[in-house]
Write a protein that binds this ligand. Structure first.
Ligand SMILES: *Cc1c(COP(=O)(O)O)cnc(C)c1O
Length: 464
């Protein structure tokens, strides 16, 4: 048959809308969305029929309606969806870094559904400052005089440098000019801030005399940056924050400490070394310290600035502070998370990042050994085996930030390992693992026990 005849046989949109699957969707979603979806599938079909003139029958109304319904449902899925993180990377930037504690989630929900006391003192009806409540918690937990919360640590660094060092030099060791996750590079943030970077020392060694020798009348501050995702090891040395503070005091210069993760409790108890504590930076005498809220702290994305009162006040008054301020959902989540830290045991029990870090490796082993036979029995899986491995704190694979873990190593039945990984990523409840040596590893260090059965169900639902 000629394609023009075939085209005439294509059902009309109004016929299709009468079919049960689309009728249901009109009620559930909306008339416009279903019409739009039907038109788009029909357009594709017309093109296909013209290209393959005669080699292809026109699908029946029922089949076409099903196809349209599947497309609409696919498009209706929210942009952000919950994922089972089986990568073993605890602070996975691609997967949203820290999951929030239930208490934080609840406070976000109630305060965003209704109006809330964001900048309003209920006792006096006066206008208050939006970060007041968290400021109090932050100073209590860290010993800092004052605190400020902004959109993320990049914004914190920008605000600190712009408001305290614009047009003047900030001295940084060459070993600490970090790049984080591609788009954050300290020299670029510094350039954008208007402060001038003065590099000292070498990649592997920087001495106190290097800072001292670089100080002149144009110097505003000495800055230390935590090397979150790499270490300079071997013939290496850097200057401690204590020594930097001593030099700063001697020359009446500010000392700024970008501690990156900024743990509020000592995570070195979980087997890491050299993860800086926010409190330690303040105790050492840093004038300003900043860190992310969604890394080791385990809260929402935000940047926390701690420091001396007059400096924090100066920063708060800068116009940039307004441009990088946080919203009510962030503040609700942050204050609920910080409250949990008032008792370290409560923090370990309820903050998901700390739960994952502190899970004993034997628990992971037991779960892996229980899950492996269940996965072995799934049609898509050739072999599933429990195995020991290492998990990571962040995207970089720093030896000082690795944790023992147990995985389930999957070998597909007939598909390739890439196809298996893709089927899991694109499943209704997506699972992301890591591929190694032709196996898909599902790392239990980052899977919550409540997700174990969902994991099994997702794999069971795959066809081989
Ligand atoms: C992660 C990190 C940043 C960037 O923080 P964001 O909250 O992602 O903006 C800056 N400096 C250091 C040392 C970091 O580790």
């Amino acid at each position: 048959m000629k394609s023009s005849h075939l085209l005439r046989n294509i059902p009309s949109v109004s016929d299709l809308l009468e079919s049960p699957p689309l009728k249901g969707l009109v009620e559930r979603i909306s008339h416009n969305v279903v019409v739009e979806g039907a038109r788009s599938v029909l357009d594709d079909l017309r093109q296909e029929l013209q290209q393959k003139a005669g080699d292809m029958p026109v699908p029946a109304v029922g089949e076409l309606a099903e196809r349209i319904a599947r497309k609409i449902l696919r498009d209706e899925r929210p942009v952000l969806r919950p994922v089972i993180n089986a990568t073993g990377v605890i602070l996975h930037t691609g997967l949203g870094r820290a999951p929030l504690a239930e208490q934080a989630v609840d406070d976000v929900v109630v305060n965003s559904r209704d109006y809330c006391s964001l900048e309003f003192d209920l006792a006096s009806s006066a206008r208050s400052h939006r970060t007041l409540a968290v400021q109090h918690l932050l100073t209590q937990l860290t010993g800092a005089e004052a605190a400020l919360v902004v959109n993320n640590n990049a914004a914190a660094t920008l605000l600190v440098l712009t408001s305290l060092a614009d047009g003047r030099h900030v001295i940084v060791s060459r070993g600490q000019l970090v790049e984080i996750g591609g788009s954050y590079r300290l020299p670029e943030i510094m350039a954008a801030s208007g402060a001038l970077l003065r590099e000292v020392g070498t990649t592997n060694k920087t001495h106190p005399r290097d800072y001292q020798g670089a100080i002149d009348e144009s110097t505003a501050a000495l800055m230390r940056v935590h090397t979150s995702n790499y270490r300079v090891m071997g013939f290496a040395s850097d200057v401690s924050i204590q020594s930097l503070v001593a030099i700063g005091r001697e020359h009446r210069l500010l000392v700024i400490d970008d501690i990156g993760s900024g743990a509020l409790l000592d995570v070195n108890q979980f087997g890491f070394s050299q993860e800086p504590l926010a409190r330690a930076s303040i105790e050492a005498g840093a004038d300003v310290a900043m860190f992310s809220g969604d890394k080791l702290l385990g809260g929402p994305q935000c940047g926390i600035i701690l420091g001396r009162r007059e400096l924090i006040e100066k920063m708060s008054r800068h116009p940039l502070a307004r441009a990088v301020r946080v919203g009510k959902m962030t503040l609700a989540a942050l204050s609920a998370t910080l409250k949990l830290y008032r008792d370290p045991d409560t923090a370990r029990r309820f903050i998901p990042v700390l739960q994952l870090l502190s899970t004993p490796v034997d628990n992971l082993k037991n779960r892996a050994e229980r899950l492996a036979p269940q996965l072995n029995a799934c049609a898509a899986i050739g072999e599933a085996r429990a195995m020991e491995d290492v998990a990571f704190l962040g995207g970089g694979s720093l030896p000082t930030q690795q944790l023992p873990t147990w995985c389930i190593a999957l070998t597909p039945q007939t598909a390739t390992v890439e196809q298996l990984a893709k089927s899991l990523r694109t499943a209704e409840a997506p699972v992301v693992g890591r591929i190694r040596q032709n196996q898909l590893l599902l790392d239990l260090r980052t899977v919550f026990p409540r997700q174990d059965q969902q994991l099994v169900q997702t794999i069971r639902a795959l066809s081989d």
